[in-house]
Design a protein around this ligand. Structure first.
Ligand SMILES: Cc1cc2nc3c(=O)[nH]c(=O)nc-3n(C[C@H](O)[C@H](O)[C@H](O)COP(=O)(O)O)c2cc1C
Length: 371
C-alpha cells in the first residue's frame, strides 16, 4: 500500500526562524567549505554524533526537532513513519549515526550502501561541490566496512526507522553478484526495517547492468527468498533503487517486475552520469571528473520517473522519491505526484542540520492550508 500523509489537529505550525538556517549558511558552511568536501562531511557528521552522544541530548533533540510528531505520519510497509522525509543512502554508509540523524527530524534514515565485503572505495578526491548548481558529484565507490560489520549496530530496539541499502562488492564479478547481495541480505535483513537492493550507483563498474530485467529478476528473487528464510516471523519489506538514466521503457519494465515479484516498493532515483543543463563553468564540471551528479540538476528527471512509475503501478507499491528536493513545496509536489515517502541528501549538505525539521514543518503547513 502507498500510505498517505495526514495532518492531525495537534500540528504546531510554523517554519523555523530564518536565523536558524542563516547561521549555518553564513557561518558554518563557509568554514566547512575550507575543507575538502569529504573531510567536511566526516567532520560535520562526527560533531553531530558527538553532540548527540552527550547524556540526555538526543532526547532533547528529538523533542525539539520532532515538534510535529503525529502531524505528518505515514503508514507504509507496516511501519509508522513520523514524517515522510528521510535521509537518502550514502550519508551514513556504515550505520554509525542513524539515531543522531533521526533525532535531527528525519522521518527515517537509509543507511548503506553496504556491500558483502568491506572495501575502501575509489581513490580520493572523490566528492566535489558545484555550488552554482547546489549540486554534488561523487565517485565514492561504496566505501564501507561491509555488511557484517554493521550488524551489531543495527541490533536491538531503536527510535529511528532504518532502511538498509545493499550493493555489490567491487571485486566480486558480475556473474557472482547474486551471492554477494544474498550474503548481505541474510546478515542484515533481520535488523532492517526495510531493505533496498541498489543496482543504480554509477561508481561500481557493471552495477547498473543489473537493472536489466533478465538480470534483475533472479537477483531480486534470490534476495526475497533469503529474507523469507532468515526472517520467517517478520516479512522484511524489499525495494529496488533505480537510476534516473534508465530509458522510459526500462522504468516501466522495472515497475512491472516489481509487481511480478511482489516487491514492496521502488526508490527513484540515484545520481545521474549526465551533465546537462548545469550553470557551473565547463572547467568546474570537468574538474569533478566522472561520477554521479546529484541535487537540483536531477530534479526534473526524478519527478518524471516518479510520475511514470505511479502511472504504471496505480495505487500499488511504495514509491520513495529522491533527487533534487530542497523545499517543503517540492516535498509536497512529490507527494502529490505519487510519492509515499521522499528522501534528501545534497540539500542537507547545502542547507545544514535544520533542513529536515524545516521541511517537515513546512509540509505540515502546506497540508493544513490545502485541507
Ligand atoms: C556523496 C554521495 C554518496 C552517495 N552514496 C550512495 C550510496 O552509497 N548508495 C545509494 O544508493 N545512493 C547513494 N547516493 C545517492 C543518494 O542516495 C541520492 O539517491 C541522490 O543523491 C539524489 O538525491 P539528492 O539530489 O537529494 O542528493 C549518494 C549521493 C551522494 C551525494
Amino acid at each position: 500500500m502507498c500510505g498517505s500523509v495526514s495532518v492531525s489537529a495537534t500540528t504546531r505550525s510554523g517554519r523555523l526562524s530564518p536565523v536558524e538556517g542563516t547561521l549555518y549558511r553564513a557561518l558554518i558552511r563557509p568554514l566547512l567549505y575550507l575543507l575538502p568536501a569529504e573531510t567536511a562531511h566526516h567532520f560535520a557528521f562526527a560533531c553531530l554524533r558527538l553532540i548527540a552522544a552527550l547524556p540526555g541530548v538526543r532526547h532533547l533533540m528529538r523533542r525539539w526537532f520532532h515538534p510535529d510528531e503525529g502531524a505528518l505520519r505515514v503508514r507504509a510497509m507496516g511501519l509508522d513513519f513520523p514524517n515522510p522525509i528521510g535521509l537518502a543512502a550514502g550519508f551514513d554508509k556504515d550505520a554509525v549515526g542513524y539515531e543522531a540523524l533521526g533525532a535531527l527530524g528525519f522521518g527515517f534514515v537509509e543507511v548503506g550502501t553496504l556491500t558483502g565485503q568491506p572495501q575502501p572505495g575509489n581513490p580520493k578526491p572523490r566528492l566535489f561541490r558545484l555550488p552554482k548548481d547546489r549540486a554534488l558529484v561523487n565517485r565514492m565507490g561504496f566505501n564501507n566496512r561491509g555488511s557484517a560489520n554493521a550488524v551489531p549496530r543495527l541490533r536491538g530496539p531503536r527510535a529511528t526507522i532504518v532502511g538498509v541499502n545493499i550493493g555489490k562488492t567491487k571485486i566480486v564479478p558480475e556473474e557472482d553478484a547474486i551471492g554477494d547481495y544474498v550474503a548481505s541480505a541474510k546478515r542484515i535483513g533481520p535488523h532492517a526495517d526495510y531493505l533496498v537492493v541498489n543496482v543504480s550507483s554509477p561508481n561500481t563498474p557493471g552495477l547498473r547492468n543489473l537493472q536489466a530485467t533478465e538480470k534483475l529478476r533472479p537477483l531480486l528473487g534470490a534476495v526475497r527468498e533469503a529474507l523469507n528464510e532468515v526472517s520467517p516471523e517478520r516479512r522484511v519489506p524489499l525495494l529496488v533503487k533505480i537510476a534516473p538514466d534508465l530509458a522510459d521503457e526500462d522504468v516501466d519494465s522495472v515497475a512491472d517486475l516489481a509487481l511480478e515479484l511482489g516487491l514492496d516498493g521502488i526508490v527513484a532515483t540515484n545520481t545521474t552520469v549526465g551533465r546537462d543543463g548545469l550553470a557551473s563553468s565547463a572547467d568546474d564540471v570537468e574538474h569533478c571528473g566522472t561520477g554521479g551528479l546529484s541535487g537540483p540538476p536531477i530534479r526534473e528527471r526524478s519527478i518524471e520517473v516518479l510520475r511514470r512509475l505511479r502511472a504504471r503501478l496505480g495505487d500499488q507499491l511504495v514509491l520513495i522519491s529522491v533527487g533534487g528536493i530542497e523545499t517543503p513545496e517540492q516535498v509536497w509536489d512529490r507527494i502529490q505526484a505519487g510519492a509515499t515517502l521522499v528522501q534528501i541528501y545534497t540539500a542537507f549538505i547545502y542547507e545544514g542540520p535544520m533542513l529536515p525539521t524545516r521541511l517537515a514543518r513546512g509540509v505540515a503547513e502546506l497540508a493544513r492550508a490545502r485541507a
